[in-house]
Write a protein that binds this ligand. Structure first.
Ligand code: COA
Ligand code: ZN
Length: 304
């Protein structure tokens, strides 16, 4: 397997939204910059959600303004939960939004007070607007494998949602294992079916490492042909509205694994570790990924 994989670091959004400590805009900016300096090709820098619901994401419009002012070159993504989120993201100059869809009503209600179907309707409206606005839309299917409220997700439901939004014009569709409950066998079955139907170029996966199956799930999806993955610097992450969700697969771990397997990621591991250290310093809680200690020793040896 020798080709390239596109990593999106979602730490500045998925990671920081779940921290007790709320970072300042300057601190969030420094984390985004450190991740970009490491060559990560895409960064989900924040979300446009109610600051009452997620105080850590307040001020994402300021963050966008500052990135713009600096001529920030790495492609950025803003997560949105509804039409108001879309309007705020557009006003802030976002060029790509990730709109959240749901494979369960329980999660849709808890996260945004909508049904699955209502979230789908809003997404269809957003797709139409975005088409005219020149904004790319990623449709992220939350609880694509399991829901903390409604239990296991029927793969046929996830397949139906993916199919609907690829045909509705989403630029990409991402399967999110919001609570990190999927296993590699499930991932292989669902991703291989989806790749057979739609090809891999528009599909991505977003895994959490709650049950230590994150990297195994990445591998299962890779074998199905998926080449886009979300991960989080230092393994930060989780959803405040999904009980039991812990950090995303760490960018530190996935970047190391992919490079060792011969995939191109564009990521400089040495600089990535600096971003990982910064995430740890800023939050005080970043787990750091499981490969970090080994990577630090290995890179030190190489340097000496
Ligand atoms: N961004 C900022 N503010 C928003 C918003 C958005 N995307 N959508 C709604 N609001 C505001 C409303 O204008 C309203 O403001 P007001 O109190 O000043 O009038 C307030 O939020 C409440 O809106 P309402 O429509 O009554 O909804 P709610 O209280 O049920 O909250 C959401 C709904 C969607 C705003 C809220 O649940 C939310 O932000 N959820 C996102 C959760 C999240 O980020 N999850 C993790 C990522 S998947
Ligand atoms: Zn997540």
């Amino acid at each position: 397997m020798s080709d390239s994989v596109v990593i999106t670091d979602v730490g500045p959004r998925d990671g920081l939204q779940n921290q007790r400590k709320v970072l300042s805009i300057e601190q969030r900016l420094s984390l985004v910059q450190a991740i970009a300096d490491a060559g990560v090709p895409q960064i989900e820098v924040g979300s446009f959600v109610s600051p009452k619901a997620v105080p850590a994401m307040a001020g994402t419009d300021d963050l966008f303004a500052q990135l713009d002012e600096q001529g920030f070159a790495t492609p950025t993504i803003a997560l949105i939960p509804n039409m108001k989120g879309y309007e705020l993201a557009r006003a802030a100059g976002a060029s790509t939004v990730s709109m959240v869809l749901y494979a369960s009503d329980g999660m849709a209600q808890k996260n945004v007070g909508m049904s699955m179907t209502e979230a789908e309707q809003v997404t269809e409206e957003i797709l139409q607007l975005a088409n005219g606005d020149g904004i790319e839309v990623i449709a992220t299917v939350a609880v694509a494998f399991a829901c903390p409220f409604d239990g296991a997700t029927d793969p046929a439901l996830t397949e139906k949602i993916v199919d609907k939004f690829i045909h509705a014009g989403a630029d990409q569709v991402v399967l999110a294992d919001t609570i990190g409950a999927a296993d590699p066998q499930q991932v292989r079955a669902l991703t291989s079916a989806l790749v057979a139907q739609h090809g891999a170029s528009q599909l991505g996966c977003h895994f959490h490492d709650t049950r230590a199956m994150g990297l195994a799930n990445v591998f299962a999806a890779l074998e199905s042909g998926i080449r886009r993955f979300d991960s989080s610097i230092a393994g930060l992450g989780g959803c405040p509205f999904a009980p039991g969700a812990s950090g995303n697969v760490a960018t530190d771990d996935i970047a190391m694994m992919l490079q060792q397997m011969g995939f191109e990621t564009g990521i400089d591991l040495q600089k990535l570790l600096q971003a990982s250290d910064l995430a740890q310093e800023l939050t005080g809680t970043a787990p750091g990924g499981r490969a970090k200690a080994w990577l630090q020793n290995h890179l030190l040896k190489q340097a000496s």
